[in-house]
Write a protein that binds this ligand. Sequence first.
Ligand SMILES: Nc1ncnc2c1ncn2[C@@H]1O[C@H](COP(=O)(O)OP(=O)(O)OP(=O)(O)O)[C@@H](O)[C@H]1O
Ligand SMILES: [Mg+2]
Length: 259
Amino acid sequence: MAHDISRKLESKLDKKLISKLKKRQLDDGFKKGKVINEVLDKPTVMTLYKMIKDNIIAYVNGSVSAGKESLLFWAVDENNVDVALKIYLVSTSNFKKREPYIIGDPRFLKLKKGTKNLVHLWAKKEFRNLSQCYDCGISVPKPLYVTNNVLAMEFIGENGSPAKILLESKIDDDDYKESISIIKHLYKNAKLVHGDFSEYNIFKTKKGLTIFDLGSAIDLRHPNSHEFLKRDINNITRFFAKRGISVNEPSEIFEDIVK
Ligand SMILES: Nc1ncnc2c1ncn2[C@@H]1O[C@H](COP(=O)(O)OP(=O)(O)OP(=O)(O)O)[C@@H](O)[C@H]1O
Ligand SMILES: [Mg+2]
């Protein structure tokens, strides 16, 4: 009986959300309700509805990118400010490869088993990492809100198009120096190692570089933090070297950061 009522309520909320989304048609005729319904599971739709109700966002405007484990949506708040929604997929995710970034991080000692739980934890972890960076003045999308598998943050870009990532940008010496300085800043001030620092996870904006995708960032106390740091330095060095920028020896950069 109670189950029935909650199911009815769910479907009512669902319809309400979709009609709210449908009211706002994009110029390109993007059927938001339809897409949302087909791509997202019901609990996620409910989570989005809750965010609308809580005035975190006014509506979802469209999808921006679809990765294997997350979707990025462009939403807008009641002041017409763009918001990026990173939605972690609960059903399809392969979280085995995420465990090394959680287990060993003392901030997440009480780890409960179960995929869904880990997905929610991952969203929370990315939110926390973003907040730690933001509080230290490191350029990241400003974290706004996290609940269940949905993370809301500042939208980096314009009109629903994300800013260009390093890979797609013209780069110079200064970008290299700034990248290394961000890794150092992360380590020294935010006490984090990114864990996936690469040309794919850095925006190049008019104001400089902005790093994102911090789900895998780990606390310095993690037993593998130095190994991850070396890998981050190697990856970004390789990228700049490939583009013809003169780079320093990764081992020297590492020593300089951890000294
Ligand atoms: N705050 C943001 N503002 C605007 N666009 C964003 C933002 N965060 C992410 N994006 C867009 O979404 C894409 C994927 O984001 P992110 O790297 O965080 O997810 P991911 O799970 O690593 O996905 P992928 O597997 O594609 O790397 C980015 O390349 C970028 O285009
Ligand atoms: Mg990424």
